[in-house]
Ligand binder design. Structure first.
Ligand code: PEP
Length: 251
């Protein structure tokens, strides 16, 4: 029987958002009180300091996170941002291994693992993304791919306090398509079994988010599935009313 964990609804704004977008964040902050979930918004790095200042000033339960970080704390890495810098700007969590980073920047499991380690070094929560492509699913390889990514991307020392896993089938991201409920249930159950195998009791309490075309109209049915402990939301996290409606679907 899957343990009931407090859900986390995390918004990934990707490379979207200018200063006026903080107004949208303000609406999220104002509406967060009614959600029976933890809320996290990951704006682009340029907005993290202002977003966390706004969240702090309101005393809200909305946390602010980063979308990626460099594995080193500082150094000659032009254009990169370290986990320590994200923490300094007010982030409490960092997404690592998003499929767009894996595809656009050639990030391997080893790179993702080093980044997750860096997130912990800075004292933040790592949200580690895994998920298969369409071809891998069609080839019956979804479990193999997710299992390999998990084994390669998670550093040792993971616990329910420092790790969140996001299952994001690549073919479901931004496409409006989602796996069937049994398909989501199968992979989430598989991820849970892997986590318990390596992390024992802690593995039973690590939150596993589903990500890929979550929207207000499908959130409730996905969020009630066993071992779905929240959602990583891309497009629908840009609009406060959609993001809050997804959060409200957590019961
Ligand atoms: C994402 O990029 O993490 C994501 C889940 O995107 P979308 O919700 O737009 O599919």
């Amino acid at each position: 029987m899957a343990e009931k964990l407090r859900p986390l609804i995390a918004g990934n704004w990707k490379m979207n958002g200018l200063t006026p977008s903080l107004m949208e964040l303000g609406v999220m902050i104002a509406g967060a009180g009614i959600a029976s979930a933890d809320l996290l918004v990951c704006p682009p790095a340029t907005l993290i300091a202002a977003a966390s200042a706004a969240a702090r000033a309101s005393g809200t339960r909305v946390a602010i996170g980063g979308q990626d970080c460099h594995a080193s704390p500082s150094g000659a890495h032009t254009g990169d941002v370290s986990a320590e810098m994200l923490k300094d700007a007010g982030a409490s969590a960092v997404i690592v291994g998003h499929s767009e980073r894996r595809a656009d920047h050639g990030e391997t499991d080893a790179v993702v693992q080093a980044k997750a380690q860096a997130v912990w070094r800075a004292g933040l929560i790592a949200i580690v993304c895994v998920g298969e492509t369409q071809a891998e699913r069609d080839g019956g390889k979804a479990r193999d791919v997710v299992g390999r990514q998990l084994a390669g991307s998670l550093p040792s020392g993971a616990s329910a306090a420092n790790l969140v896993v996001a299952y994001e089938p690549v073919w479901a991201i931004g496409t409006g398509r989602t796996p069937t409920n049994p398909e989501i249930e199968e992979i989430h159950g598989f991820i849970r079994a892997q986590l318990v195998k390596t992390l024992k009791d802690q593995g039973a309490r690590v939150r596993i988010l589903y990500g890929g075309s979550v929207k207000p109209s499908n959130a409730a049915e996905i969020l009630k599935l066993p071992d779905v402990n929240g959602a990583l939301v891309g497009g629908a996290s840009l609009k406060a009313s959609d993001f809050l409606a997804i959060a409200a679907a957590c019961s």
